[in-house]
Design a binder for this molecule. Structure first.
Ligand SMILES: [Zn+2]
Length: 120
């Protein structure tokens, strides 16, 4: 688990929208991020949505104390092949934003990206 550049996660986009920056890219604007999967943990189960479909499994919530939902967004960065998870963890009325770095998918470039959840 590492904080990465979470403080620079949201950057101005188009109109009223903002863009998600790569939390691992340093020193430059890197907004070409792909959404690989979403995983929602409850108390004793988790639902994952990825390019293969929707899956529910029996698995304990990995958060300490298991006191609230955890939502994990897996991403992949076009620029450097960064791969990681941004997590929203509810705990006692607060939502923590956490970051986990995973192994890079490549040295960058579109050819080495993981599959998106869905794209047209
Ligand atoms: Zn990156």
């Amino acid at each position: 688990m590492g904080k990465g550049n979470l403080e620079k996660l949201i950057v101005p986009g188009y109109g009223e929208d903002y863009l998600m920056n790569c939390p691992q890219c340093k020193g430059y604007k890197a907004v070409n991020i792909h959404l690989i999967s979403i995983k929602v943990y409850r108390g004793t189960d988790a639902t994952t949505i990825n390019e293969k479909g929707i899956f529910v499994e029996s698995i304990p919530n990995p958060s300490p104390g298991r006191r609230g939902a955890r939502i994990e967004i897996e991403y992949n960065c076009e620029q450097e092949g960064h791969h990681g998870i941004i997590a929203l963890q509810f705990h006692k009325g607060e939502v923590f934003i956490q970051h986990e770095e995973l192994a890079k998918t490549a040295e960058g470039g579109l050819l080495n990206l993981l599959d998106d959840i869905w794209r047209d």
